[in-house]
Design a protein around this ligand. Structure first.
Ligand code: DAT
Ligand code: MG
Length: 154
């Protein structure tokens, strides 16, 4: 059985503008994941360049930073068993065009540059903790007991 862990999730500016914040939060709640932090915010260029630092040499980097700073985002931390990998599965592939129906990107997107949601990469060790630290102070995260935990986990 996998560890309970925290992962960073963000509804991108296109998802906010399209009114998908509630839908996305609902899907994560329905899955049984636990919300432990949320911040509706505007990302500045410095934070965007830090967050997407792994892509700084890619040709799409400037456009990506422009996009993620183009409007407010909903930044969140979700907790649960194997949370990082499970959220990635719910997101679909990077390109919505390659994403299966039933996934967030597969249900709500068509274009690689407008893919609605960010989630920490489960194949990048420690990415979840790095991204949580980048966006949240420790005192902005709320640990709490979910009363239905007995029915979610054996
Ligand atoms: P993901 O968001 O699935 O983790 P990623 O980390 O490889 O994907 O890339 C970050 C974002 O950059 C991605 O959500 C959309 C954009 N992107 C990735 N590859 C791209 C490409 N080839 N052209 C344009 N944008 C791209
Ligand atoms: Mg990524």
């Amino acid at each position: 059985m996998s560890e309970h862990e925290r992962t960073f999730v963000m509804v991108k500016p296109d998802g906010v503008q399209r009114g998908l914040v509630g839908e996305i939060i609902g899907r994560l709640e329905d899955r049984g994941l636990k919300l432990v932090g949320a911040k509706f915010m505007q990302i500045d260029r410095e934070l965007a360049e830090d967050h997407y630092g792994e892509h700084e040499d890619k040709p799409f980097f400037e456009g990506l930073v422009d996009f993620i700073t183009s409007g407010p985002v909903m930044a969140m931390v979700w907790e649960g068993q194997d949370a990082t990998r499970q959220v990635r599965g719910m997101m679909g592939e990077t390109d919505p065009a390659d994403s299966a129906p039933g996934t967030i990107r597969g249900d709500f997107g068509l274009d690689l540059g407008r893919n609605v949601i960010h989630g920490s990469d489960h194949e990048d060790e420690g990415a979840n903790e790095r991204e949580i630290d980048l966006f949240f102070d420790e005192d902005e995260l709320v640990g709490w007991d979910q009363t239905n935990e007995t029915w979610l986990y054996e």
